[in-house]
Write a protein that binds this ligand. Structure first.
Ligand code: SF4
Length: 328
């Protein structure tokens, strides 16, 4: 799998130096995404999911740095690239979609100029050739009358239409990988469904790999092929979406799924995960989830569980089978 993976992250550790010492925000994660595959990365705020995406596109803020591990895209190691090389890679090989379309769009340029400029930075196209491609791309992402709307400015589009423009912008240089960070969070629910359907279609049709970062397990259930559940800087469960939604193994995943009405309608009542994510400077010993876990045992407070096989998934929990697990 790793050899063909579009994205291959190995033992990624991300740190932030502060006046009071170094804080470790990502604590050694491994994941891969294949061609045409959507990997959902889900968790509460502070779990490290957006930082994982930011590390891949080389946009860690506030002095954040990759302290350990490797990131490979299409077989090429990218975590140590000089800034200029990384800038070339962004847009060309890796596209990005963020929550607020206005952060990705220049309000002073027409959407056509932005698409054309991005394409011509990365591809040997004439202006007329880029213009024709831009119109086709706007049509592909569902913008009506693209030959007219291409001459308009971002403020002339609704929120949902603007996010479609951002998706076109992310795709315009034919990237192998797209990092989509909360791409539907700012949109109305009805528009969210259209955008998730669009993301699915473009990945399937173009073979683009996508990391879909969201706090919303409902979006993951609708869109992703596999899901990585993050908690306190680590992956605590990873596997096919269908089996994780049907039979989550980690108590935290159970809590995330149990809090979504549409995913629990046939089963028990909604559940709430009490408590909050530990602070980076106050990480508990053993399993980081143990202060919030109703299954916590003495072993959980002492030893951190690694990811272990659990059916078609993997989960990091000593209680996978309702009894204490032991690592060989
Ligand atoms: Fe709960 Fe223990 Fe499993 Fe952690 S290892 S999730 S504390 S049962």
């Amino acid at each position: 799998m790793a050899a063909e993976a579009v994205l291959d992250i190995r033992n990624l550790v991300v740190e932030f130096p502060t006046r009071r010492g170094v804080l470790t925000a990502i604590r050694g994660i491994d994941l891969t995404i294949g061609r045409g595959e959507i990997l959902g990365v889900v968790g509460e705020s502070g779990a490290g999911k957006s930082l994982t995406g930011a590390a891949v596109i080389g946009l860690l803020e506030s002095g954040g740095r990759i302290a350990e591990g490797e990131i490979h895209v299409c077989g090429r190691r990218i975590d140590q690239l000089p800034l200029r090389e990384m800038q070339k890679l962004r847009g060309r090989t890796i596209g990005a979609i963020f929550q607020d379309p206005l952060t990705s769009l220049n309000p002073l340029l027409t959407v056509g100029d932005q698409l054309i400029e991005t394409m011509r930075v990365h591809m040997p196209l004439s202006r007329a050739g880029a213009m024709a491609r831009a119109v086709r791309l706007l049509q592909e992402v569902g913008i009506p009358s693209p030959e007219l709307r291409i001459a308009q400015y971002p403020h002339q589009f609704s929120g949902g239409m603007r996010q479609r423009v951002v998706i076109a912008l992310a795709l315009c240089a034919e990237p192998e990988l797209v990092i989509a960070d909360e791409p539907t969070t700012a949109l109305d629910v009805s528009i969210q469904a259209q955008i998730t359907a669009l993301l699915k279609r473009v990945c399937r049709d173009r073979g683009t790999a996508m990391m879909l970062i969201t706090h919303d397990m409902g979006v993951i259930a609708e869109t992703a092929d596999r899901v990585a559940v993050m908690y306190a800087g680590r992956i605590v469960e990873i596997g096919p979406v269908a089996s994780i939604i049907r039979a989550p193994r980690h108590p935290y995943t159970k809590g995330l799924i149990g809090s979504i009405p549409s995913l629990t309608q046939r089963s028990e009542r909604l559940v709430q995960i009490d408590g909050s994510m530990p602070r980076l400077n106050a990480m508990p010993e053993g399993c980081a989830f143990h202060p919030r876990c109703r299954f916590a045992m003495a072993q959980c407070r002492r030893e951190r569980p690694p990811l272990m096989p659990a059916g078609t998934s993997e989960a990091a929990c000593w209680h996978l089978n309702g009894e204490v697990s032991h690592v060989a």
